[in-house]
Design a protein around this ligand. Structure first.
Ligand code: TPP
Ligand code: SF4
Length: 479
């Protein structure tokens, strides 16, 4: 057999040998017969082989029919949330500049839900390669209108044809991105005949080559067939592209600044953790005293805290403070705020979880601690406390008893103490002091480090510590 021909028919190495996605035929992909995704995959895999970049390629697959690209490409694979592939690719490339990062996206993914991501990645000139599969429809979800759906094109959501007065005009993404200064290479290609497929193959290779030379942002839009979504057979789908897509989405190079582009250079990276710690000025953090976890009573460990009050009472700040202390003491933490609509006087609450183990959800629905800064907060949130949980009440503002008889209650006249100290704002610190005294959750060192970091003025530290200690005294008096 002719050796050259032999090689020509070979499956690219950048593909897995087979695709054991589900039981069944491991030789085939999940794509419909005649789908353009398969052809594009092949061109990408061939280019990866030719450029010898398989071991450093990372493919970001989207949400859409190509969501399973990671079953086919034998490269590093990451799957992005819908539309977010360029953002993910940005992060990967910046963290690993030596890698070759591909963002592979459909038109629903890139030009609808992901419009912001692609525009900003292009505008920043990220050194990534984007393959944009334009099949003028949402394939995966059953043929709804995409931003690239053509005028008059019937889809399940435009059953009478796309009407620009109602749905706007089809977006020409390549031309849109070509208005930006940063991209070095933008080309639109098509799969509708052999000549155009050859151009597509070349463009895909070029866009990847650019990245190996650190040239910057490269983008190839590929007019690709979706026989299923268009409700035509595979051969007709080629004609469909030629007749309907090509006149509106004109193939061709839209931007080529490759020769003028200076290769992007990267600052030396510091991998050594000790150097990172030193450069961040964190070197002395490990030697400060942390709370002895064994001394904390089991019921006070790993708290799930709900803090609630009026806006302006420092409810959210108290939550951040607790979560920050948790981080300093090597816990997993989450902080989830919930704002009322008003800036002042409205309600606010937050959920804080501090846990030695992994945290499943930041939502606190069964709290072990409830901090109620006012009456409505107690009424609303004490119900969520687990039996035996701790309710800390700002008793200056709560004149009703708790409806619970199975919980521990700590009454702290926080607003009154804060007012006496000269600033109502430190009421949350009084509460914090009482909570820490009751539970021993964090060390004094931790609090001071976090407070110093959070307070804008060093002079405020003293007042905050005084408030905190006043809260401690209250807790001691109710021990
Ligand atoms: C956040 C979110 N919104 C909507 C969906 C539903 N959804 C899945 S794929 C898709 C569009 C896919 O179309 P396209 O990007 O054109 O890719 P194709 O399937 O045509 O290859 C949508 C809307 C989703 N999975 N996630
Ligand atoms: S629905 Fe369209 S895009 Fe999706 S696999 Fe089938 S032919 Fe391809």
């Amino acid at each position: 057999m002719n050796a050259q021909y032999d090689v020509f028919l070979q499956k690219p190495n950048a593909f897995y040998n087979n695709y054991p996605r589900k039981d069944g035929n491991i030789e085939v992909t999940h794509y419909c017969p005649g789908c353009g995704h398969g052809i594009i995959h092949k061109y990408i895999a061939e280019a990866i082989d030719k450029l010898n970049i398989q071991d450093r390629t990372i493919l970001v697959s989207p949400v859409g029919c190509s969501v399973f690209a990671y079953y086919y490409f034998d490269v590093g694979n990451v799957q992005a949330a819908h539309g977010r592939a360029p953002a993910l690719a940005t992060g990967i490339k910046r963290a690993h500049p030596e890698s070759i990062v591909i963002s592979y996206q459909g038109d629903g993914d890139l030009a609808a839900i992901g419009t912001a991501e692609i525009i900003h990645a292009a505008n920043r000139g990220e050194n990534i390669t984007v393959f944009f599969v334009n099949n003028a429809i949402y394939g995966m979800t059953g043929g709804q209108m995409a931003p690239t759906t053509l005028k008059g094109q019937k889809t399940t959501t435009t059953p009478y044809g796309r009407n620009p007065n109602n749905e706007g005009y089809p977006i020409r993404v390549s031309e849109l991105l070509a208005t930006l200064k940063a991209p070095v290479y933008i080309e639109r290609v098509s799969l509708h005949d052999a000549k155009n497929r050859a151009k597509a193959r070349k463009a895909i290779h070029k866009a990847l080559l650019n990245q190996t030379q650190n040239k910057g942002f490269s983008f190839v839009e590929i007019l690709s067939q979706c026989p299923t979504g268009w409700k035509v057979d595979a051969p007709t789908s080629y004609k469909w592209i030629e007749d309907n897509m090509v006149p509106y989405f004109e193939p061709g190079v839209k931007v080529d600044r490759i020769d003028d582009a200076e290769p992007i250079t990267f600052p030396d990276r510091i991998w050594d953790p000790a150097t990172i710690i030193k450069n961040l000025g964190l070197s002395d953090l490990d030697i400060y005293a942390r709370a002895d976890r064994n001394a904390i009573k089991p019921k006070n460990r790993n708290p799930r805290i709900k803090i609630a009050g009026f806006g302006g009472q420092g409810v959210l700040t108290l939550g951040i403070l607790l979560a920050s202390c948790g981080m300093m003491e090597d816990y997993n933490v989450t902080w989830l705020p919930s704002y009322g609509p008003e800036m002042r006087g409205g309600t606010a609450h937050c959920h804080v979880t501090i846990d030695e183990n992994q945290i499943g959800s930041p939502l606190v629905t069964q709290s072990t601690v409830c901090i109620a800064m006012n009456k409505p907060s107690q009424v609303k949130f004490e119900k969520e406390l687990v039996s035996g949980g701790l309710l800390i009440r700002n008793s200056s503002m709560i004149d009703i008893p708790s409806a619970r008889t199975d919980i521990e209650i700590l009454d702290v006249p926080a607003s009154q103490i804060a007012t006496d100290l000269g600033s109502l704002k430190v009421g949350n610190m009084v509460i914090l002091g009482a909570y820490l005294e009751r539970t021993g959750l964090f060390s004094e060192d931790t609090i001071v480090i976090v407070l110093k970091e959070m307070l804008k003025k060093a002079s405020l530290l003293e007042l905050n510590m005084t408030a905190l200690n006043a809260g401690r005294d209250i807790a001691k008096s109710q021990a």
